[in-house]
Design a protein around this ligand. Sequence first.
Ligand code: NAD
Ligand code: IPM
Ligand code: MN
Length: 370
Amino acid sequence: MSLLKIGVIPGDGVGPEVTEVGLGILEKVAKRDGLVYELHPFDLGGERFLRTGEVLPQADQDRLRACDVILLGAVGHPGVPPGVLEKGILLKLRFDFHQYINLRPVRLFPGAPCPVTGKGPDDIDMVVVRENNEDLYVGAGGFTYKGTPEEVAIQTSINTRPGVERCIRYAFDAARGRAARGAFKGLSEADKAGGYTRQVTLVAKTNVLTFAHDLWMRAFNEVAADYPDVKPGYMHVDACCMRMVTNPEWFDVIVTTNMFGDIITDLGAVLQGGMGLAASGNLNPTKTAPSMFEPVHGSAPDIAGKGIANPLAAILSTAMMLDHVGATPSADRIRRAVARVLAAGAPKTPDLGGKASTVEVGNAVRDALD
Ligand code: NAD
Ligand code: IPM
Ligand code: MN
């Protein structure tokens, strides 16, 4: 493989702590598998903003664009007003680099604590395909009479037919990709007899958002017709929250809007053992700009600086980065090592009920690499 240029944004809070551990794992796997890469670190986040007033200068963004992929820890700082860093760095990169898919696997590893009694790794193995460039996240809207008793705030959800359709198509392709693992166990005998091997569920709110989600529903039905082997399903987002807990085995691929995807993937994180385990990729499938990989969790100011953040989400995000660049055997090697550490039951950080540090867990994963 040719030289891979990796932009690294450790960011705020626990971001640098978990990113460093993720990079340690990458180093060992790369040596083992002959991957050549160079790291390009970026000082972006709360500290820089407080020091210089800069959020994401154009020069940094240009240098990021020149990277093949980006690894991000987390942004968000208690001393900076909400939104400045989140919108100014994270969302700006997701939008400007056309990372229109946010891929968020929800998979329970054996040994990871699942809060749902009676559900195990066989029941929790889904992926959320979150639309990542539209909806309420575009920042359309504003205030009228701001600061007066009559104040009105408007925040508009933008949903374009091409934006929605490419996301839905990605979800159906992802379902086909998962067919290699065998048929989805949530299908009935009649479904299988009908030729279905996998399933995509649209999660929306068509009963209330009768413009935006009508568009989603129509686009979904049209795309589904191109995939006779994939069973299309629909669920309202509120019911989905309930079913993800009571019947997680019903889900294979979920496709959903930016806002709903944000919310249900924190729920998904808990299903797979907590925020410390949930990985994600902000993908530009056309590769016209770098994709960006990051844990689902934030900067966790409540535990930052203590050296106890769980690094597994960052490690698994690094594996997703390797998937994206075609180094799937290396990515699988990382996932196997994480699985071994979780199956062994120790070491564990406090969020999983243990007493180990971030670095100790990272070392254990490194030692467990085959
Ligand atoms: P959070 O995900 O940072 O924390 C929620 C809870 O999960 C906290 O109790 C935290 O201690 C725990 N947690 C998170 N990551 C953990 C880990 N690796 N190991 C163990 N426990 C972990 O969410 P929040 O508190 O709502 O947000 C904090 C800041 O992060 C805010 O500024 C927010 O805007 C920002 N944020 C950033 C991102 C991102 O950069 N991708 C994502 C979410 C939130
Ligand atoms: C996430 C985060 C971000 C989002 C915030 C920090 C902008 O919550 O990645 O899930 O809402 O997408
Ligand atoms: Mn979120």
